[in-house]
Design a protein around this ligand. Sequence first.
Ligand code: NAP
Ligand code: BGC
Ligand code: ZN
Length: 355
Amino acid sequence: MDAIVVEHDDPHPHLIELSEPTPSDGEALVRTLRVGIDGTDFEVIGGSHGGFPAGDDYHVLGHEAVGVVEDPNGTALEAGQVVVPTVRRPPAGSNEFFERGEPDMAPPELCLERGIDGAHGYMAEYFTSPAEYLVPIPDAFADSGVLVEPMSNAEKALDLAYASRSSFAWEPTASLVLGNGPLGLLTLALLEERPEIDRTYCLGRRDRPDPTIDVIERLGATYIDSRETPVAQVADAHEPMDVIVEATGYAKHAFETIDALAPNGVGALLGIPDDWSFEINGGRLHSEFVLNNKALVGSVNSHLEDFEAAKETLEAAPDWFAEALITDVFSPDEVEDAFTRDASRIKTVIEFDAL
Ligand code: NAP
Ligand code: BGC
Ligand code: ZN
């Protein structure tokens, strides 16, 4: 079967031929429909994040997948069922985080991430997975199911952020998403659905016309250009924000978020930047946290409930949303084009098969 990999001696994503996998006990065989590409894939390809499976000189990419059960192999799944796989797997046997159903809270040394860190991903015609990590979704999601995994990351981040404000009467109304990549736009759509949030903003660094600015404005949010209004000036230029979700991977935004927050506000950090040393006024930031009861939470990955919530959020999103987000669909043999970064694209997917 065709698989898209990077190899130690060829770090550009390319096609290789692998044998079709055989499911072990408790695993199902899945025929891949589509696999999405996000910022993390470029970090993996660039070598700044994740790593190859131990002992292999190739790494099958892809962690945002949708597929159809080809062989349930005695599991509770049914042949023909459309499913989305989760990303994290236990490194050997299991551990308390997986047993509790909280793999997203495992530290890096206690989890593998398929297509990202230490395990093969889903960019192949078939993959196998324990049935417990395959989330059934309606057939209608066969095309847009690639959005479920990244939306689940946004769901988890917002849950963590809200949980940190749960000990007092908190009434958030204004929210800001930093970043207009696919994760930022999915997070914006999620915030748009929250009844308590009246005003939404999304920050990027693009000129119009731009497809991401179109999505931002169609969702009813205000676009902020960070070249004109840096994050630290957003509170003065617009308003102080109760909730901020960072999805740029731009390390200064973690600290600038503190200045953009309203008193009692919370910021969730999702980006995964490289090492970068710069100066900050640590004393002022420290007192800003304390005197205004502000919080910053880091958030990675998601668990099954977040996948369920993501399905519901995507079902409730406007009809045009998934189609506007998935701008480019490539076949596996167009792999080079698929991994070319281009501002006209939002979510690029590789289509292995149709339902
Ligand atoms: P992406 O496609 O790289 O999007 C990042 C966006 O941020 C881009 O649109 C970029 O604008 C914008 N941006 C970067 N620096 C900016 C700045 N200084 N001012 C304004 N806009 C800026 O990545 P993604 O897939 O949306 O993911 C975002 C980040 O979250 C990545 O670091 C990814 O690894 C991480 N991530 C984390 C999780 C998690 O669970 N924690 C899950 C998924 C992704 P341009 O395109 O114009 O350059
Ligand atoms: C994936 C998450 C993963 C994170 C860190 C994201 O792009 O969607 O599942 O935990 O990267 O590797
Ligand atoms: Zn991702």
